[in-house]
Design a protein around this ligand. Structure first.
Ligand code: GDP
Ligand code: GDP
Length: 456
């Protein structure tokens, strides 16, 4: 489990700027989902060796009505569930009524809060910050999120105290993976991954049918339930077996906790969902056919892919739709999900059980792809044909030369490309390579990551 850092503040104080700074992946690692990088609400944060979850709560100004009020409530819920809150204010504007509204709310929470005065670039930060002491939130951090100033100190103060409580936040695994695995190590790693139960999370917005699907799956299986005691952000872990394969179902809908009869909707928790994704090998993203796909669905999908998890998409409530509606929904999904064409789509009815079995075929396929052995020879061959078809561009007058590629890890597959000046390759060419690898390897259901390394 990773700690959750929530960014809170009124609109325009610089939350998304800080969010992007915290979540941008290390230069070398490029994920191939350019369609998903804008307006994300959740992301995996990196700082030195730490990994954490960042939630951008969107702007709250205290005068919300209607739909905005609902969104503001959801933001405040994210505050409830966070381990640390970064409360951003704008050095140039001084205190506003909205800042006071948010501060009032935060003071009543039993939370670790850092008051962050942003945009101190080019002005006297101390003078600008003095104003904000009256919010009564203690120490003040001065930053310029746009330029990175002060962010390191803020992160250190925010994350260091969490390290004991959250051992998982040490991100050493990825670094360890990036070395070339020996044949024997790779085989052993894959054997280990393939023998363990597949950790499977069922996620989605409220009301898309997660509990119905979970009950449908469990109804057919013998189950042992570990109901983890605790807060709303804890999921229930359910070991199960299906056709000889072991799984651990990570139930975000809380089906088991509330029993099968009482179907009252449990409070949806973004943080629980994010933690479930972190803990899973494969994720079933459930969406509601009647609403095609919403920005919130895409946000969740983006988080899944950026976290490197495999994904299968279940388009639920497919029952009772006429052919015209079905055609239209399919076209719409093709259009919006084009960038994730490696994920299998299943049209299901959790209510009637239609096609639920096929979901598991794709879950197995996705996990097999995520843990498939790819040799250095194979990867280097693919890299060479990519290079033959499209020469890398000149960088500072010199042709970039790709030399070889090897696997650096699995689940998600990590490919390390070595060569001269490869880190200077433009993103467009990096993306071309990533897509070329994906197409050539025919990996279904799993994102892949490619890292570029100088020399050798
Ligand atoms: P949000 O609505 O809280 O997410 O705010 P944004 O991140 O969208 O930022 C709002 C505006 O403030 C944008 O025009 C940013 O470029 C600008 N901004 C953000 N951080 C800084 C900063 O550190 N210094 C300055 N001068 N401008 C900033
Ligand atoms: P959750 O909040 O995602 O766990 O959603 P639920 O499983 O509680 O379902 C929300 C509503 O959608 C309930 O009224 C379900 O009966 C209904 N529902 C779930 N799956 C289906 C389905 O496949 N078809 C139809 N027509 N309704 C469904």
């Amino acid at each position: 489990m990773l700690p959750v850092v929530a960014l809170v503040g009124r609109p325009n104080v610089g939350k998304s700027t800080l969010f992007n700074r915290l979540t941008q992946s290390r230069d070398a690692l490029v994920a191939d989902f350019p369609g998903l990088t804008r307006d994300r609400q959740y992301g995996q944060g990196h700082y030195e060796e730490y990994k954490f979850v960042v939630v951008d709560t969107g702007g709250i100004h205290g005068k919300e009505e209607g739909l905005d009020l609902m969104m503001a409530r959801q933001s405040l819920q994210a505050v409830d569930e966070a381990d640390v809150v970064l409360f951003l204010v704008d050095a140039r504007d001084g205190i506003t009524a909205a800042d006071e509204f948010i501060a009032d709310y935060l003071r009543k929470q039993n939370k670790k809060i850092h008051l962050v005065v942003n945009k101190v670039d080019g002005i006297d930060g101390n003078a600008a910050s003095a104003d904000f002491f009256s919010l009564g939130l203690g120490e003040i951090w001065q930053i310029a999120a746009a330029h990175g100033r002060g962010v390191t100190q803020l992160l250190q103060a925010t994350l260091d105290p969490l390290a004991n409580e959250f051992p998982d936040m040490l991100a050493s695994e990825e670094q360890a993976e990036a070395t070339e695995l020996t044949e024997a190590d790779a085989e052993a790693e894959i054997a280990r991954l393939q023998a363990q139960p597949i950790k499977l999370a069922i996620i989605g917005r409220p009301n898309v049918g997660k509990s119905t699907l979970t009950n449908r799956i469990l109804g057919e299986e013998r189950v042992v339930v570990f109901d983890m005691p605790g807060t709303t952000r804890d999921s229930v872990y359910i070991p199960m077996e299906r056709e000889g394969r072991e799984y651990v179902l990570i139930d975000t809908a809380g089906v088991r906790r509330r029993g099968r009869i009482d179907m009252a909707v449990e409070k949806y928790s973004v943080v629980k969902t994010l933690q479930a994704i972190e803990g899973a090998n494969v994720v079933i993203l459930v969406i509601d056919a009647r609403e095609t796909i919403s920005d919130q669905d895409l946000n969740l999908l983006g988080f899944v892919l950026n976290a490197g998890r495999s994904v299968v998409i279940a388009v639920n409530k497919w029952d009772g739709l006429d052919n015209d509606a079905r055609e239209w929904i399919k076209t719409e999904l093709d259009r919006r999900l084009g960038f994730v064409d490696f994920a299998r789509l299943h049209f299901i009815s959790a209510l009637h059980g239609t096609n639920v079995g096929h979901l598991f075929e794709s879950v197995q396929e996705a996990y097999a792809s995520a843990t498939q052995r790819v040799s250095t020879a194979q990867l280097t061959r693919i890299m060479e044909s990519a290079q033959d078809e499209h020469q890398p561009p000149l960088v500072r007058g010199r042709r970039v030369k790709l030399k070889f590629a090897h696997a650096g890890g699995y689940n998600p597959p990590l490919i390390v490309v070595h060569g001269n000046q490869v880190t200077d390759l433009p993103n467009s060419y990096k993306r071309y390579l990533i897509n070329y690898f994906r197409r050539s390897l025919k990996l279904m259901g799993t994102p892949i990551k490619v890292e570029f390394r100088e020399g050798k």
